[in-house]
Ligand binder design. Structure first.
Ligand code: ASP
Length: 342
C-alpha cells in the first residue's frame, strides 16, 4: 500500500520535476551590428522583442507543452515583428518581392519539415511544422508549399504584407553595390541581411527541437534558396547530441553542413556543445570566409551562442531559469529574473 502511494506520488510529481529542466535559446540574426550604429532606444527595442520571444516559448515549456509548439511560438513573435528578417520585415529579392524559407526539426525521431521560396504564407515556421506533422515529405517549395499551407488552413497574406521601408532601402544599397562590382548576387552582406530568426529548446520530455525562419539575403535572385530550410545546414536537432539554428551567409552554411556538423562533433568526438559550435563557427567557417553564427543546445540543456560577426541578436533562459540577452560580443544585463508566466 505504502509502495503504491509512493509510486502514485512519484507519478504526480515527475512532470513538475522534469519541467524544471526545460530551456530555450533564440536568435534574431548575425552580422555587422555595431554599437555606434544603434541608439539606446533601438537596442532596447531589439532586446525587448528577443525577451518576449524567449519568454513566450519558455512559458509553454514550463506548462509541459511539446517543444515544437514552443519553437513555433517563439519564432512567431519574431516573424511578426518588422525588426527581423523573417515574416513581416523580410528582406527583398532583386525583383522587390519576398521569398521566405523556414524549417523545423524534432530530435526524437529526426522528423523534419521545411518550406522554401514561399511568398504568401504569413508564418513560414507554422507551415514548416505542418509539413513535418501532416505531410509525407520534408521540404515543400514555392507554389506547392503554398497550396499545402492553404489546405492546412494556414493564414495567407499578400506578398506586400512583408514590405518595410528599411528593407527597401537595404535592397537599393545592395543593388548599387552589385552594379558597381558587376556581380549577380548581393555579395557579402554586413547589415542588409541581418535578422533571420531561430529557436532551439529542450522540453519536459527531454526532446530537443530547433527551428529557423528567414527572408534570406537581400537582392537574392533566380529562386535562390539559403540554408535556413535545409536540414543539416541551417537547422538540426537530435536528442542524442544537440539542436542548432543558424544565421549567416547561407551558401557557406550549406556547403559546410554547419548545423549537422556541430551535432556530429558533440556525438562522435564527445566534445562540449560550446567547443563544437565554436570550432565550426570561429575556425572552419571563418577560415572559409563564411560569416554568421548559431544558437545550439545539448541534451542537458547547455547553451552555446558563438558568432564570427560583430554581433548576433540572441537571448536564452537556461535550465536554472536564468534569462540573458545580447546583441554585441558581451551579454547585456537587463533582467536576471525570469517571469515564467509571461
Ligand atoms: N542564412 C540566411 C540565408 O542565407 C540569411 C541570414 O541568416 O542572415 O538565407
Amino acid at each position: 500500500m505504502k509502495k503504491r502511494l509512493v509510486t502514485l506520488l512519484c507519478g504526480l510529481l515527475a512532470p513538475v520535476a522534469l519541467a524544471a529542466d526545460v530551456a530555450i535559446v533564440v536568435h534574431g540574426g548575425a552580422g555587422t551590428i555595431l554599437k555606434k550604429d544603434m541608439t539606446a532606444e533601438q537596442e532596447q527595442r531589439y532586446a525587448e522583442k528577443l525577451e518576449e520571444a524567449t519568454r513566450a516559448g519558455y512559458a509553454l515549456l514550463k506548462e509541459g507543452v511539446a517543444g515544437e509548439k514552443a519553437v513555433v511560438a517563439a519564432i512567431q513573435v519574431l516573424e511578426n515583428s518588422p525588426l527581423f528578417n523573417a515574416g513581416k520585415g523580410a528582406v527583398y529579392t532583386y525583383d522587390e518581392t519576398h521569398e521566405l524559407d523556414a524549417s523545423i526539426m524534432h530530435g526524437k525521431n529526426l522528423e523534419a519539415g521545411a518550406v522554401s521560396g514561399v511568398t504568401t504564407i504569413k508564418s513560414p515556421i507554422a507551415a514548416a511544422l505542418a509539413v513535418m506533422q501532416n505531410s509525407a515529405h520534408v521540404m515543400l517549395a514555392g507554389k506547392g508549399a503554398e497550396a499545402f499551407a492553404k489546405s492546412q488552413n494556414l493564414e495567407q497574406v499578400e506578398n506586400s504584407y512583408f514590405n518595410t521601408p528599411d528593407r527597401l532601402k537595404a535592397l537599393q544599397k545592395a543593388k548599387a553595390r552589385m552594379q558597381q562590382q558587376q556581380r549577380e548576387d548581393g555579395g557579402q552582406q554586413g547589415s542588409e541581411r541581418m535578422g533571420t530568426v531561430g529557436a532551439v529548446v529542450i522540453d519536459h520530455k527531454g526532446n530537443i527541437v530547433a527551428g529557423t525562419s528567414t527572408g534570406g539575403m537581400t537582392a537574392k535572385r533566380f529562386g535562390r534558396v539559403g540554408d535556413a530550410p535545409i536540414i543539416g545546414a541551417g537547422t538540426y536537432a537530435d536528442n542524442e547530441s544537440c539542436g542548432v539554428s543558424a544565421t549567416g551567409h547561407g551558401e557557406y552554411f550549406i556547403r559546410y553542413n554547419v548545423a549537422a556538423d556541430i551535432c556530429a562533433r558533440v556525438r562522435y568526438q564527445g566534445v562540449s556543445i560550446q567547443r563544437a559550435a565554436e570550432t565550426v563557427i570561429n575556425e572552419e567557417l571563418k577560415q572559409a570566409g563564411g560569416s554568421g553564427g548559431v544558437i545550439a543546445m545539448d541534451k542537458r540543456g547547455n547553451i552555446a551562442m558563438p558568432f564570427n560577426t560583430a554581433g548576433m541578436y540572441r537571448a536564452s533562459i537556461n535550465t536554472e531559469g536564468k534569462f540573458s540577452v545580447g546583441i554585441y560580443k558581451a551579454l547585456m544585463s537587463i533582467d536576471d529574473t525570469p517571469n515564467p508566466t509571461n
